[in-house]
Design a protein around this ligand. Structure first.
Ligand SMILES: *[C@@H]1O[C@H](CO)[C@@H](O)[C@H](O)[C@H]1NC(C)=O
Ligand SMILES: *[C@@H]1O[C@H](CO)[C@@H](O)[C@H](O)[C@H]1NC(C)=O
Length: 161
């Protein structure tokens, strides 16, 4: 079973000719593709078995590793994730986006936000932490690995905007 399956989602900016407004956008917005990475917890723990790895009870399938604008990281180090930003998503996050190596999943979400989420904020669907994490949870239901045929597993494109 694959450890990770990354799916290249659509292009928010970059495919279409840039308009004047887009040309004004900061460099961090100019990624072309989003990788939506999901992992199989058992394979992940085997691979990282030297470290503490634990599959939480509520987890029963593929989980999200991250939603990553390609080629950009740490676009705004001052924008920290606060617990209240994702208060209502907490239950779903613990099930579908758990940390397997830390007992504190919030730390994992914070690190995903600061490293990757901050690079998506120029896209409407990801303009704040709540939207970013909600979108990933929603994509999980749309891009279900269990429902895919092998031939479609490699790369899918998805209209994001
Ligand atoms: C970075 O985040 C801070 C805090 O949320 C925000 O005020 C600022 O506008 C952001 N900067 C950029 C370039 O997006
Ligand atoms: C992104 O937002 C637009 C509306 O702003 C919506 O039509 C589209 O379905 C959203 N994309 C995803 C993947 O949810």
């Amino acid at each position: 079973m694959a450890l990770y399956i990354g799916i290249c989602l659509a292009v928010v900016y970059g495919l279409t000719a840039m308009t004047a407004a887009q040309a004004d956008m900061k460099d961090s917005c100019r990624w072309k593709c989003l990788t939506f990475a999901q992992l199989w917890p058992g394979s992940f723990c085997l691979t990282f078995s030297k470290h503490h790895c634990m599959i939480p009870d509520q987890v029963d399938g593929w989980t999200i590793h991250g939603l990553w604008p390609n080629g950009k990281e740490f676009c705004n180090r001052t924008w920290k994730l606060a617990k209240k930003d994702i208060g209502d998503l907490w239950t779903d996050m613990r099930k579908y986006w758990p940390s397997l190596i830390s007992e504190n999943p919030f730390k994992f979400w914070q690190s995903e936000w600061i490293k990757h989420g901050t690079c998506g904020t120029c896209a409407k669907n990801m303009s704040c932490p709540h939207k970013y994490f909600s979108l990933a949870l929603e994509l999980r239901t749309k891009v279900s690995i269990d429902d895919m045929k092998d031939s479609t597993l490699h790369y899918l494109t998805w209209a994001l905007m």
